[in-house]
Design a protein around this ligand. Structure first.
Ligand SMILES: O=C(CO)[C@@H](O)[C@H](O)COP(=O)(O)O
Ligand SMILES: [Fe+2]
Length: 223
């Protein structure tokens, strides 16, 4: 499966979001990772559908929307209308995960499930054939710039095994604390989509952002 970088705008300059997205799009990435947090499921509030909708008209990137909210079922259609190409819902606290997955699929959008660092893979065993991607959190939800939790590495390997045994094609996205070093470790374990926030957006200068993307790309394309 294709290896991809998905810049997360969580640590971007929110006063210049249009330009911040252009900077990574011009650097040749395919995905844009949009972290929606409600201050309940995750301990901070980020942005919602209006921001995504405003960016949609300025970007051709694949919008990978990561919902860290309570009651995601109430907002699926809102985020699809705002321009999401893929919706990721957390398994934690979702009693009707299967229904939620099919809510997204029935709108012909890609669907993913996310697991926090402490959540075991067991919970997705019976829906692995229904999703396009599994997002493994390598930090606890809430903030950019946190430190990578290395216990996710064996979890990625375990997930890759589960996917292979199920004979399906499912992307593994890893999210949190990604640098060239941790990206390479995750790649070797079986991940193929890499969310990268602060490693790119800690730079204010576009050339430096482009260089950061190039460095990650080199780490994931050269074994
Ligand atoms: O979902 C989240 C945080 O909850 C992530 O998408 C982070 O925003 C990634 O940022 P870095 O850890 O790469 O700075
Ligand atoms: Fe995220």
């Amino acid at each position: 499966m294709k290896n991809m970088i998905a810049p997360s705008i969580l640590n971007a300059d929110f006063a210049n979001l249009k330009r911040e997205v252009e900077a990574v799009e011009n650097a040749g990435v395919d995905y844009l990772h949009l972290d929606v947090m409600d201050g309940e499921f995750a301990p901070s509030i980020s942005f919602g559908d209006q921001v995504i909708s405003a960016l949609r008209s300025h970007s051709h990137l694949f919008f990978d929307v990561h919902l860290m909210i309570q009651h995601p079922e109430r907002y699926i259609s809102t985020f699809i209308a705002a321009g999401a190409d893929s919706i990721t819902v957390h398994v934690e606290g979702n009693a009707h995960l299967h229904r939620l997955i099919y809510q997204v699929k029935s709108a012909n959008k890609q669907v993913a499930v996310a697991l926090n660092p402490a959540t075991p893979l067991e919970v997705i065993k019976h829906i692995i054939r229904d999703v396009d991607m599994v997002l493994l959190m390598s930090v606890n939800p809430g903030f950019g710039g946190q430190r990578f939790i290395p216990e996710v590495i064996p979890k990625i390997q375990e997930l890759r095994d589960m996917i292979e045994k199920s004979h399906v094609e499912v992307n593994i996205e890893v999210d949190g604390g990604i640098t060239p070093e941790t990206a390479k470790q995750c790649l070797d374990a079986g991940a193929n989509i890499f969310v990268v926030g602060s490693y790119i957006y800690k730079h204010r200068n576009d050339a430096d952002k482009k260089h950061a993307i190039k460095t990650i790309r080199r780490a994931i394309n050269h074994p």
